[in-house]
Design a protein around this ligand. Sequence first.
Ligand code: UFG
Length: 330
Amino acid sequence: LNGKVMVTGGAGYIGSHAVLALLDAGYEVVVVDNLVTGFDWAVDPRATLEVADVADGRVRDVIRDHSVRAIMHFAGSVVVPESVSDPLKYYRNNTAASRALIESAVVTGVPHFIFSSTAATYGTPERVPIKESDPQRPINPYGMSKLMTEHMLRDVAFAHPMNYCALRYFNVAGADPEGRSGQSTQGATHLIKIAAEAATGKRAHVAVFGTDFPTRDGTGVRDYIHVSDLAAAHVAALALLVERPAESHTLNCGYGRGFSVLEVLDAVDRVTNMKIQRKLEGRRAGDPAELVADNGAILSTISWRPERDDLDTIVQDALAWERRLAEMGP
Ligand code: UFG
């Protein structure tokens, strides 16, 4: 690459796993993170940590000082219900901050950009599995804030010498199989994280939001992808951007199969040999019945093969990290 990879949000959940994957692949990494939701201890010591906001002009100095040749942009806000109650936070931290960061990249001549997008840009899909070319009609400000950034990247890549890859994540879960990182966020809202907390005694039960969806058992179906496979996809996407500077891509990141809420909880029971308390509740606002990726495009575009496409493995790794967090204390 002839320079470093700058990882924004590298102290956060997915970003810290991307840092590990990049370092393990031999890249040099500088992390930019404001540590609002991330943790400095989550950044592997082989990387340099610069505590700064991605919208800050100081990012340009970081890019120059570290000869940054590629940016992986994970930093942002990610809680869907919060985006509904505080939309401007999402248009600031996701859309406006991304605009400033992309401008810093253009001004300093960074040639490659990888962006954390989301399946939330599809809203309620007309069909599953979802293809990249399917309509994007976000049903919450989170999805819209990410979709707007996709549009900025498309226009910027047309106007300036930069190519990009936008990766639309489905449901990311699990933790580094070697136990080096995991999901450490306080006040989790994600199903597998919550189930792991219940299995380690941090909560009494797991609420099941909705039992009357048109799915095989009435509960919501999602395409859960292991965070380490997702991190590997970023490294593979970077290789493609470097190899083919004239191309940009937007790709779904999922395994192409879904599990229901009850199937996820059954997996946790299986892995722990326990019985988690389920509390059947009404639907959560804005939850679609089923989100599953058509992953044909990513499989044929980048050299990436999932290695941990197994629900029990995802749950096992999430649990191992949850136990580690419990040992670390508050
Ligand atoms: N669920 C429960 N109980 C819980 C938490 C979740 O039943 O305590 C259910 C939800 O209703 C849904 C499923 O488990 O059916 C998954 O919910 P998550 O909150 O784990 O994830 P979401 O599917 O709502 O959203 C996640 C990310 C989004 C991303 C989306 C794309 O948070 O950023 O996946 O698929 F856009």
